[in-house]
Every structure is written in structure tokens, then in C-alpha cells.
Design a binder for this molecule. Structure first.
Ligand SMILES: [Ca+2]
Ligand SMILES: [Ca+2]
Length: 84
């Protein structure tokens, strides 16, 4: 999965690559959601996610995915113009 997201094979994942990678995985993420993910995965805050950082974050990946589900529903609701 790391190699899939690291589209330029630089050995690290930039914010842009993360956005594109998540969208290819079917996550309709907003920039602010990606920034939350970056801050969570980019442990040394240098703006790129190295493989070690990704592997560490991957342990929480399922939790992150579940945490993002409410955001997805909110986006759908607001997109439909329905506030529940
Ligand atoms: Ca890269
Ligand atoms: Ca980093």
C-alpha cells in the first residue's frame, strides 16, 4: 500500500500523494482531514511520511478509517442539503 501511494517512488509520502492515494482507495477526503492524517502519521513533522512512520501509523489505520466515517456521512448530509 505504501508503494501504491508513493507515486513518484521517492520513499516518502507527501501530502499530495496522501490525498491522491486516499481518493484512489475510495476515501473522499477534504484537505483538513488530510492534514489531520498527516499530523498523525508524520511523526517528526517534516512534511513527508517515511515508510517507518507509515508502518507505525498503519497500526492505527483501521481506527483512523473508522474515525473518518462520521466525516464522510457529514459531508454527504451537507452535500444533500439535509441537516440532521
Ligand atoms: Ca513520494
Ligand atoms: Ca516525517
Amino acid at each position: 500500500m505504501f508503494n501504491t501511494i508513493d507515486s513518484d517512488a521517492s520513499g516518502s509520502i507527501s501530502e499530495t500523494e496522501l490525498i491522491n492515494g486516499l481518493r484512489e482507495q475510495g476515501y473522499a477526503v477534504t484537505p483538513s482531514e488530510v492534514q489531520q492524517l498527516m499530523s498523525r502519521l508524520d511523526l517528526d513533522k517534516d512534511g513527508d511520511i517515511l515508510f517507518d512512520e507509515f508502518a507505525t501509523g498503519l497500526l492505527d489505520w483501521k481506527e483512523v478509517g473508522l474515525a473518518m466515517l462520521p466525516f464522510a456521512h457529514l459531508c454527504d448530509w451537507f452535500g444533500n442539503g439535509n441537516v440532521r
